[in-house]
Design a protein around this ligand. Structure first.
Ligand SMILES: Nc1ncnc2c1ncn2[C@@H]1O[C@H](COP(=O)(O)OP(=O)(O)OP(=O)(O)O)[C@@H](O)[C@H]1O
Ligand SMILES: [Mg+2]
Length: 328
């Protein structure tokens, strides 16, 4: 079922160079404007790049971009049924984009979304239901996560008494940095931060409950929000959910059946890649700086398998491109 999403014979896509304006390259996605109009929809292409420790690896994970696009769209569809907030997805039909050839359309199919352009709020909105990653590191040192005091006696990967909102600043380069709610509020305003916190926790809770019913723990996740651009290319006051949502690139997913606090969890994300890289670091063969080392075939295959498993387990509804949400 899942293999239909990414035909094994389809070539992997490490980088795209379409003749569309304003090409931007993120770690994983290539973003274009679809015309010269300042408010033109964006074409967001999920490549098969993988980043670990914030370094983009030179080896493609063939089909990863398609799997992650399917998952993101599935979640956007799910969230639309909840009506929590409008989102940026317009369509996956690229036939309306001028200037793309047939070969490009084939390459882009399944890994692309046409989206409303937005002025992205420069805060990563993270919700955590469990104590992992940088949250666990901070808690061990200070008993807090992003300045939020937590009960004592929690273990690695413990479930938190209730989900918490832990913002991070979007660093232009390098690693994002966890900040307190107050620090983030100083940057973008307290009123906006309160809205972002409430939205982040509402979306996380709805998604975590859905996932758990399917045997998957959504331990934490990150959202980005933005103000949709008006026809003049200037941001309106319409806040929408942008970027990818609830993919293993932006979230920690754990199989519920194997969950136990007090240790690392098996996960549906880049665990194989990270473990492989940490071994290289331990052996003195890589220093966590770019360029990343080429990945062996078995690591690529194992990673892809985990992404496929997560998608299959979540069984998200097909995306229905009918816009809905609070303000549309
Ligand atoms: N609707 C939107 N309007 C404008 N920008 C968007 C929109 N949706 C997503 N983006 C931006 O597109 C980029 C997607 O690329 P990718 O996720 O690969 O970047 P990244 O390496 O995570 O970088 P960043 O730290 O900037 O998010 C991100 O910078 C994201 O903020
Ligand atoms: Mg990103």
């Amino acid at each position: 079922m899942v293999s239909s999403l990414h035909s094994l014979s389809a070539p992997s896509v490490l980088r795209t160079t379409l003749s569309l304006p304003d090409r931007r390259e993120g770690k994983v996605r290539d973003v274009y404007r679809t015309s010269d109009s300042p408010s033109a929809p964006l074409l967001i292409v999920a490549t098969d790049r993988l980043s670990a420790f914030d370094v983009v690896m030179p080896t493609a994970i063939p089909g990863k971009g398609r799997l992650l696009t399917a998952m993101s769209l599935g979640w956007f569809g799910f969230l639309r049924t909840r009506g929590i907030i409008g989102d940026h997805v317009l369509s996956t039909d690229l036939s309306e984009v001028e200037g793309l050839g047939d070969a490009e359309l084939r390459m882009l199919a399944g890994r692309s979304m046409l989206c409303r352009a937005a002025r992205v709020v420069p805060i990563e909105c993270v919700a955590r239901g469990y104590l992992a990653g940088s949250g666990w590191s901070e808690y061990r040192q200070s008993g807090t996560v992003c300045g939020i005091p937590l009960p004592s006696g929690l273990e690695q990967c413990s479930r938190l008494p209730q989900p918490i909102f832990t913002p991070a600043t979007k660093a232009a380069e390098g690693h994002d940095e966890n900040v307190s709610f107050e620090q983030a509020a100083k940057q973008v305003g307290a009123g906006l931060m309160s809205r972002l916190r409430d939205l982040t926790l509402a979306i996380y809770s709805a998604a975590a409950q859905y996932a758990l019913e399917r045997g998957v723990i959504l331990a934490d996740t990150k959202f980005e929000f933005g103000f949709a651009l008006g026809a003049d290319g200037k941001p309106t006051d319409e806040l929408i959910l942008v970027d990818e949502v609830l993919t293993p690139d932006s979230s920690r997913y754990w199989p519920a059946s194997e969950y136990a606090p007090g240790r690392d969890q098996a996960s549906y994300d880049k665990q194989f890649v990270r473990n492989h890289l940490l071994q290289l670091v331990a052996d003195g063969r890589w220093n966590k700086e770019p360029p990343g080392p080429p990945l062996p075939e078995e690591v690529v295959a194992a990673t892809l398998l985990r992404y496929e498993e997560a998608l299959a387990k979540l069984a998200l509804p097909a995306f229905n491109a009918v816009p809905c949400g609070e303000s549309r």
